[in-house]
Write a protein that binds this ligand. Structure first.
Ligand code: 13P
Ligand code: SF4
Length: 308
């Protein structure tokens, strides 16, 4: 079956759009309306007048899309595509963490479930975490679930103490200091770009740190010709494709061949087709939880900062 043709036909018939995270299998771009990072896709979900949003990403991303467009049907091709980091915290262990550090505002990385967001004060993404923490203007914050993103923010802000939960991304933690040292030797004229979910030592050795979208924008604008990328493979695949298509004459190298998020790769053209055809795997969220979680995300979106 020509899945690309059939999916595009279904999208028209059903007034549906497909939002695709840049860690997805690259062939999904052929049927996507928007491809980008989690913040950009949430904003597109909030803006669209489509009736159906199919989210090619992981569970928390589809949940965020649903929170920002409650009257729409949001579908996820594979309901088992969770984010390992998001699943490291639940309401119970969040309560314990808060009880250990009472009366401190909680900043919640968007890589978390709606239930967890509902118990936090404000949301952030990897592109605006520093600005979100700064905006609170308080001496202490709790940061969940990613201890590495929290530590990265701490390294940039001196006037606030950031107490982090002990979550992490197993995919980004596969990037080791030795990989950076090896890349420097092998590609001495390359710029190294890293995601803040990486080990702090890796981030310190990189030339630039940013969200997936920031990494892609930096690479596109730079006059350098060679880049080593310390984030998920999907970003490298897209940069190399765009370089070829748009004649940038640039080369993008994945820091180590194992930097693949297995859950992100659970979506493919076949399960996207089937999900859209049957309108199955719909995301639903309890009304009370949704109201509180929306508040957490909207506080971030309402901040007057460039990346909010
Ligand atoms: P972005 O917010 O940069 O899209 O990252 C999401 C993610 O899951 C990174 O591992
Ligand atoms: Fe979650 Fe890591 Fe996969 Fe991102 S790369 S979705 S943080 S497990």
């Amino acid at each position: 079956m020509d899945f690309i043709r059939e999916i595009n036909k279904l999208k028209k018939e059903k007034n549906a759009i497909i939002l695709t995270h840049c860690y997805q299998n690259i062939e999904i771009d052929e049927v996507s309306n928007f491809v980008g990072d989690s913040l950009y896709l949430s904003k597109m979900a909030a803006k669209t007048d489509a009736d159906i949003i199919l989210f090619a990403g992981v569970y928390f991303m589809a949940q965020s899309a649903k929170l920002l467009s409650l009257n729409k049907k949001v579908l996820l091709p594979n309901m088992d595509s969770g984010c390992v980091m998001a699943d490291m915290i639940d309401v119970e262990n969040l309560k314990i963490f808060k009880a250990k550090h009472p009366n401190i505002p909680v900043v919640c990385y968007i890589n978390s479930t709606a239930e967890v967001k509902a118990c936090c004060d404000i949301c952030c993404t990897s592109s605006n975490a520093i600005e979100v923490v700064k905006s609170l203007n308080v001496p202490k914050v709790l940061f969940v679930p990613d201890t590495y993103l929290g530590s990265y923010v701490q390294s940039k802000l001196k006037n606030v103490e950031i107490i982090t939960f002990n979550g992490f991304c197993p995919t980004h933690l596969r990037i080791r200091v030795e990989d950076i040292i090896k890349a420097r030797k092998e590609y001495p004229d390359a710029i190294i770009l890293a995601h803040p979910e990486c080990h702090q030592e890796v981030v310190k050795l990189a030339d630039f740190t940013g969200s997936t979208k920031e990494i892609m924008e930096y690479a596109k604008k730079s006059s350098n010709k060679k880049f080593v990328i310390a984030t998920e493979k999907g970003v490298v695949d897209r940069l190399n494709r765009d370089s070829k298509l748009e004649g940038w004459d640039k080369e993008f190298i994945l820091i180590n061949e194992n930097i693949i998020c297995p859950n992100m790769k659970k979506n493919n053209l076949e399960n996207i087709y089937q999900t859209l055809l049957d309108e199955k795997n719909e995301i639903t969220i309890d009304d009370k939880i949704a109201a509180k979680a929306i508040n957490c995300i909207e506080k971030m979106l309402n901040l007057d900062i460039v990346n909010a």
